[in-house]
Design a protein around this ligand. Structure first.
Ligand SMILES: Nc1ncnc2c1ncn2[C@@H]1O[C@H](COP(=O)(O)OP(=O)(O)OP(=O)(O)O)[C@@H](O)[C@H]1O
Length: 370
């Protein structure tokens, strides 16, 4: 399944879908699996916690009703999920795929702590999510794949402290350059260039679309709310953000963005650049991990004493005016220990769809325990 050249990805996917289709077994769900409960449901189907009757293994089964699902769409989602599985930032898809008289189905590892819908997280957890998701996005963008549905519901948790989180749901994922239409769903995550599309127009798919949604998701994690309803005028929150973005000398951030300190504000201005061609790549988030993100973290720790004012390891406290040096240092220490996050893994040398042989599979949490 190895693909050295990105140009071959479309062809490779087609071949994999064809082979999968030809060998797709027919079976009755209940014959092989005991259904324990529903884990979630969405636009395209529902996900069940199931146990293999003979082996006793628990897994998540994604079921898509045939009456609402094109065979090709199902095969595409399964094959993309399978190809991304070798990377620790994505839900592992198992080689269990079948059709019943009424459904298409495939199996994935179980995410025991559910999805990321509980929002408004403390600094350390926001950063853990950010670091791991940036890695995952960097990997898939390196394979010329655009997720197109980055949102809280599609980030699955393996523990409540967000030490291991994974991206799932590849139902909308397509190759870069694919023409896409305006979408009706997930509006708060959609970038302005997509919101502005007329019904008859299309846009060439680009990784910058995921980067925008990633920025919105990080805002949600830090604040517990969306930055706007929709990224287009006359949405007042978006207009205030747009004016801030367009000013050559950035003045005071609009109120919702003051939940973050200056370093995170700069990060957001880069992830959420209005011009998609100038938006930073997702992985740039790693550059901001050693800095304080949440203004509340800074305030809490401000005034704890100036005993740690010496030595800032290469970044300027002046960037974070208004908060004491010791507060900065304390938060940094608490959130990101010296060995607390890994630099970018060199795993996307090849832009083929399959992970290169050196890429680590499970277990591979990006963040070491605090
Ligand atoms: N492997 C898993 N382990 C635990 N829960 C899961 C797993 N996969 C999915 N879920 C739960 O099921 C929900 C729906 O899954 P998924 O996003 O794959 O379905 P969908 O129909 O494609 O949804 P959407 O409408 O977002 O496109 C998720 O938000 C999550 O809560």
């Amino acid at each position: 399944m190895e693909l050295p050249e990105v140009e071959d990805n479309a062809e490779f996917l087609e071949r994999l879908m064809e082979v999968t289709s030809r060998s797709l077994p027919q079976l009755e769900l209940q014959e092989q699996y005991t259904i324990i409960k529903e884990l979630g449901s969405g636009t395209y189907g529902n996900v069940l916690l199931a146990e293999h009757r003979e082996r006793g293994t628990a897994l998540a089964l994604k079921l898509m009703p045939k009456e609402r699902t094109e065979r090709r769409a199902f095969l595409r989602e399964y094959c993309i999920a399978l190809c991304l599985s070798a990377h620790a930032g994505f839900l592992r898809t198992l080689p269990i795929v079948f059709e019943s008289p009424t459904h298409f189905a495939f199996a994935q590892e179980l995410a025991p702590a559910g999805d990321l819908c509980a929002i408004g997280l403390p600094e350390a957890q926001v950063k853990r999510c950010a670091a791991q998701l940036a890695e995952a996005l960097d990997f898939m963008h390196g394979k010329a794949l655009v997720h197109r549905d980055i949102k809280l519901d599609n980030v699955l948790l393996f523990d409540c402290e967000c030490r291991r989180v994974k991206l799932g749901d590849f139902g909308l994922t397509r190759l870069e350059g694919t023409p896409v239409c305006a979408m009706s769903g997930t509006l708060p995550y959609a970038p302005p260039e997509l919101c502005l599309l007329e019904a008859s127009e299309t846009l060439e798919l680009d990784a910058s679309l995921d980067v925008w949604a990633f920025g919105v998701l990080l805002f949600c994690l830090g604040t517990g709310c969306f930055p706007w309803d929709v990224a287009v005028s006359p949405d007042p929150q978006f207009e205030a953000f747009g004016a801030w973005q367009n000013s050559t000398v950035p003045g005071e951030a609009p109120a919702p963005w003051r939940a973050f300190g200056p370093a995170a504000q700069e990060m957001f201005r880069r992830l959420l650049t209005l011009d998609p061609n100038r938006r930073s790549p997702a992985i740039e988030v790693h550059k901001y991990l050693p800095l304080v993100w949440l203004a509340s973290s800074l305030r809490e720790l401000d005034g704890v004493g100036e005993e740690l004012q010496e030595g800032f390891g290469g970044w300027e406290p002046a960037e974070l005016s208004g908060f004491s040096v010791s507060a900065q240092r304390r938060v940094r220490g608490a959130a990101i220990p010296a060995s607390g996050y890994l630099p970018r893994e060199e795993i996307s040398e090849s832009r083929g769809l399959c992970a290169p042989p050196g890429a680590k599979a499970e277990p591979d949490p990006l963040l070491k325990p605090d």
